[in-house]
Design a protein around this ligand. Structure first.
Ligand code: NAD
Length: 688
């Protein structure tokens, strides 16, 4: 057998099959390229180099995948030696051919490891890719130089700047791998390696394949557009292009320098924070219980949300019955679902063929059609009396073991749970518009929701590609509750002479993709208006109340759909245009209150951040959210806060604490009566 040390490190093992050495990486769960893996591969390759009886080598991994990335925890501190470039150079210098045997996923450092081998063979179900771009970096171990030499510059730019996972069959065509395995991968790889005895084929020594100049230009334009000119996308393109202009040794050094700089950037740290927050959010073991099997679904209400919800479930292969009492709404929903499914197909998000997804949908105008559904999702008008009627009716129609969920935004879920007659099999499933595009879904645990029901909601949300975040029951749940406080601050600023466009710009500079006034124009001002009128009688007169939004609505300006709201939307305008009428209204209100100087941009941002952080602290204290990081995930994935800044709580946690206290004080002073303080220190400390 072998005179090698069987273990090259705690995670890497070396064995031999005749004259072929086999290096096996075994670092569960995903064989991340930790220090121990890097050291093990290095020592194994050196041992192979010393052994005259070895004629070829295979580099494989145990468990469910090849090396599916690096150990991201290491990325927040100085990287420990040996680092990948040293290990990869050792593989290239190994006197015998080295063949990577890829199953599962070879991603990031894992695919760069494979690229440093002489050949790559893969299981037909494997994927390869360089996802560093999504973490604010570029590949740092030769990916930007070896890949273009195998697949061409255009293809390398596309793969690196999209960060996408390339399926084996496509990778083979592109030259990213050299063969797909027939039968057992390891046996195939060993035979392949043996057939290459006596030869080496380093990617780094290959000339660039010929390709048309305009293909490269097109790839650059597409990458810049898709990457919204993020600094790392620009760096990735420039670094790949070095393959044409400088010797590979120089290019590799520059790639490493860029990688190291980006790795330590604020953006990359924020993106890692989001990455870990999502991983943690996916863990819901403490709930106990197990998900029920859901096949048939009924969606009640064929409006904006109902149509969106039906689309994403049909796309995932569920049979969906859409029920609405209004036949016109059903017909409209049919059209909306059709275009949503077509879009999901374009983005590769259909789990079944388009025709099957379309065929799995039916449209009915009688609630009785929900009788055989395993899960019923209610998305009718946001009106308690209507929802209560629907719930009571469903209680009688639905199978006794069926689960009922509501998509309500603000209404009392406990009352709805009672009305459904099955509070243990009832929960809130709060989607965001447009449903096919928004990742977030708040899974609302009511007082009596059973663990099995909750697990069903979470499992289903994951199955349809959403990011489920657990929320307790309260008005607005996590997201809308915080958003309401944020919006209120922005409305106070109007009253103090801030113009909608100035406030929107300040909020964009803080990290929101759009300002609150542009957002309300987009979604329509009428829903909030109705909500305000509903609550008018209960409102404490001591509460600060800004009348400008009501005045705007009374003028028939309900947003984009009416051609005017906070902004004007002349024919063909892509974005809203500031309107002197609104400016005059703002000026008149601020004068009435005797305010001459509107708040500065900084002041606006401070007050908003103070309000958000304070409400988040209350939400955490009350057990509505499980963690501060999950609150950030809600704001990033449902409300357009930039993931490149981590989230508002992350942002505040990195500021001097004194400054945050002052921000909360400013928010409190602006709000006046009714402001309740949360334990902001506890919230921010929890992120340390
Ligand atoms: P919508 O007005 O677009 O649609 C509601 C639909 O319900 C209409 O087609 C109506 O005909 C139907 N309907 C009314 N009563 C019915 C009944 N008794 N039986 C069957 N159908 C009935 O509303 P929407 O924007 O889709 O909102 C639906 C729900 O989703 C609301 O609770 C809302 O708060 C919530 N929600 C909305 C958004 C959003 O951005 N629009 C986001 C999250 C949650």
């Amino acid at each position: 057998m072998t005179d090698f040390p069987a273990a090259a490190s705690e995670t890497v093992f070396l064995t031999r099959q005749g004259d072929v050495a086999v290096i096996t990486i075994d670092n569960p769960p995903v064989n991340a390229g930790s220090r121990s893996v890097r050291a093990g591969v290095l020592s194994a390759v050196q041992a192979i180099g010393r052994d005259k009886d070895v004629r070829a080598a295979v580099l494989a991994a145990a468990g469910r995948t090849f090396v599916a990335g690096s150990d991201l925890k290491e990325f927040g501190r100085p990287l420990e030696d040996p680092q990948w470039p040293v290990v990869l150079t050792a593989i290239e210098s190994c006197p015998v051919p080295v063949v990577a045997a890829i199953h599962g996923a070879a991603l990031g450092g894992g695919y760069e490891l494979a690229l440093a081998c002489d050949w790559r063979v893969a299981d037909r179900a494997a994927v390869v890719g360089l996802p560093e771009i999504g973490l604010g970096m570029i590949p740092g171990a030769g990916g930007t130089q070896r890949l273009p030499r195998l697949a061409g510059i255009a293809s390398a730019i596309e793969v690196i700047t999209s960060g996408r996972r390339v399926p084996a069959v496509e990778a083979l065509e592109a030259g990213m791998i050299d063969a797909t395995a027939e039968g057992d991968l390891l046996e195939f790889a060993i035979a392949f390696a043996r057939s290459k005895t006596g030869s080496k084929r380093l990617a780094s020594r290959q000339p660039l394949p010929p390709e048309p100049e305009d293909a490269i230009e097109k790839a650059i334009v597409k990458a810049e557009k898709g990457g919204r000119a993020r600094p790392n996308v620009r760096s990735a393109i420039e670094t790949v292009l070095l393959a044409r202009t400088v010797p590979i040794e120089t290019a590799l050094e520059r790639e490493r320098e860029t990688f190291q700089t980006l790795r330590q950037s604020e953006e990359a740290a924020a993106l890692r924070y989001n990455f870990f927050a999502e991983r943690k959010a996916a863990k819901v073991d403490e709930i106990g219980g197990s998900p029920a099997k859901i096949g048939r679904l009924a969606v009640i209400g064929a409006g904006t949300m109902g149509a969106g919800i039906a689309s994403v479930f049909a796309a995932a292969g569920h049979a969906v019955t859409v029920v609405d009492t209004n036949s016109d709404a059903l017909a409209r929903a049919g059209g909306q679902i059709e275009s949503a499914l077509a879009e999901l197909e374009r983005f590769g998000k259909l789990k079944i063929p388009l025709a099957s997804a379309q065929a799995s949908l039916s449209f009915m105008n009688d609630l009785a059609a929900a009788a055989n559904a395993d899960l019923i999702i209610e998305a009718v008008f946001e009106d308690m009396a209507i929802k209560m009627d629907v719930m009571q009716a469903l209680g009688g129609i639905a199978r006794a073991d069926a689960i009922i969920a509501t998509n309500t935004s603000y209404l009392d879920v406990e009352q709805l749970a009672d009305a459904s007659g099955r509070p243990e099999r009832f929960f809130g499933l709060h989607f965001f518009a447009p449903v096919p595009r928004m990742r977030l879904v708040e899974v609302v645990r009511c007082r009596r929701t059973s663990p099995d029901t909750l697990c069903t909601g979470i499992a289903l949300s994951k199955e349809i590609g959403k990011l489920p975040i657990l929320s307790g029951p309260c008005e607005g749940f996590i997201g809308n509750r915080i958003y309401a406080k944020y919006r209120a601050q922005c409305e106070y600023m109007l009253e103090e002479g801030g113009l909608p466009e100035t406030i929107d710009a300040a909020m964009q500079a803080l990290g929101f993709a759009m300002g609150p006034f542009a957002v309300s124009d987009l979604s329509g001002l009428d829903i909030a208006w109705r909500n305000r009128r509903r609550k008018a009688t209960d409102r404490d007169p001591r509460e600060r109340y800004v009348v400008i939004p009501d005045k705007i609505c009374e003028m028939g300006r309900l947003g984009r759909k009416t051609g005017a709201g906070w902004y004007l939307y002349p024919e063909g305008a892509k974005a809203g245009v500031p309107d002197p009428i609104v400016a005059e209204m703002v000026r008149a209100e601020s004068q009435r209150r005797g305010i001459v100087t509107p708040p500065s941009e900084k002041d606006m941002q401070h007050r908003v951040l103070g309000a958000i952080v304070n409400e988040a602290a209350l939400i955490l204290e009350e057990g509505i959210a499980r963690s501060a990081a999950e609150i950030d995930l809600v704001l990033v994935n449902g409300y357009g806060f930039s993931k490149y800044r981590g989230g508002p709580i992350y942002l505040a946690a990195r500021m001097p604490r004194q400054d945050v206290w002052q921000m909360v004080e400013k928010a409190e002073a602006a709000t006046g009566f009714g402001f309740r303080r949360g334990d902001v220190d506890a919230l921010l400390d929890s992120l340390r």
